[in-house]
Design a binder for this molecule. Structure first.
Ligand SMILES: [Cu+2]
Length: 137
């Protein structure tokens, strides 16, 4: 009886926290596009407004390989640490692994960082100015 009651309470608590996080987290998809015949090297959308705990999915649409590298300049050690912590399989500080095939995805949860704009670029296409920004609110 007591065990059943505890189970019920735990179930309600788990359901409540699931509902809260599901409602709070938004998913944003950014497509990585290259079309040399049109001189196109871009993230689409290039500017994204997000909140901490949102999920950002970078998806290769064409022109692999790509990567997502946040600009280090101007970031405090704490902020760099917060980004590094949410970037799985990093190839370097603030750098995603290489995304080598169409359809590849890189997923990151927006860290708790001060509101502001955080710029990133694609390392293989840096010379082509393939870049974007996350505006964290
Ligand atoms: Cu690229």
């Amino acid at each position: 009886m007591q065990a059943a009651f505890r189970g019920l309470v735990a179930g309600i608590a788990a359901g409540f926290s699931l509902a809260v996080s599901a409602a709070a987290q938004q998913t944003h998809v950014v497509r990585l596009i290259v079309n040399p015949s049109k001189d196109e090297y871009r993230f689409e959308p290039a500017a994204l407004t997000v909140h901490p705990n949102d999920l950002v999915v970078f998806r290769v649409a064409s022109g692999a390989p790509h990567s997502v590298v946040f600009e280090r300049a101007g970031l405090s050690a704490d902020v760099r640490g917060a980004f590094n912590a949410v970037m799985a399989g990093r190839s370097a500080e603030l750098s995603s692994p290489l995304l080598t095939a169409t359809g590849d995805e890189y997923r990151m949860v927006v860290p708790r960082v001060p509101a502001g704009s955080y710029s990133f670029y694609c390392l293989p296409h840096r010379a082509y100015d393939m870049r974007g920004s996350l505006k964290v609110e």
